[in-house]
Write a protein that binds this ligand. Structure first.
Ligand SMILES: [Fe+2]
Length: 146
């Protein structure tokens, strides 16, 4: 069965730029799911797409972290912690996959664990963060989503 993350799976944010970033990752994941269901498997191409996903996620988290610091957001350490843990999990799974080519483990992570994490993180940490970033911006504050 081909896995797909639905278009409405991730809660929209009060900061459209954050919604766009999450949407990009949803599309990247859906593209990877197609590669994971292919036979024969193109492991090299999967590696490339996984590296791109990791890079995108790093930039995504850094941008949120940076803007939380700009607005001196109190829950910053908690939110950043979730990012750090998710990122090290992603790195570990990708490295393992490159070493052992265990498709079952990779699929369990990409198709179950990661989307569940994203959905939950977006609906909690990101939702409240976006709300405070928007309030800061509405009061004339400058954010940095470069
Ligand atoms: Fe986040």
């Amino acid at each position: 069965m081909l896995m797909k993350i639905d278009a409405n799976a991730f809660m929209p944010m009060e900061m459209p730029v954050m919604t766009e970033t999450h949407e990009e990752e949803r599309l990247m994941l859906n593209e990877i799911y197609e590669l994971l269901a292919q036979e024969p498997l193109d492991a090299e191409l999967i590696d490339t797409k996984l590296d791109a996903l990791l890079h995108h996620t790093e930039v995504h988290f850094e941008r949120e972290n940076r803007n939380m610091l700009i607005i001196e957001f109190r829950p910053y350490p908690v939110h950043k912690d979730e990012h750090d843990m998710a990122l090290s999990a992603m790195k570990a799974v990708i490295n393992q996959w490159k070493l052992n080519r265990n498709l079952k483990v990779l699929r369990a992570y990409l198709e179950t664990e990661l989307p569940a994490w994203l959905q939950q993180h977006i609906a909690t940490m990101d939702m409240i963060t976006a709300r405070f970033l928007k309030m800061y911006q509405d009061k004339g504050g400058e954010l940095d989503f470069s």
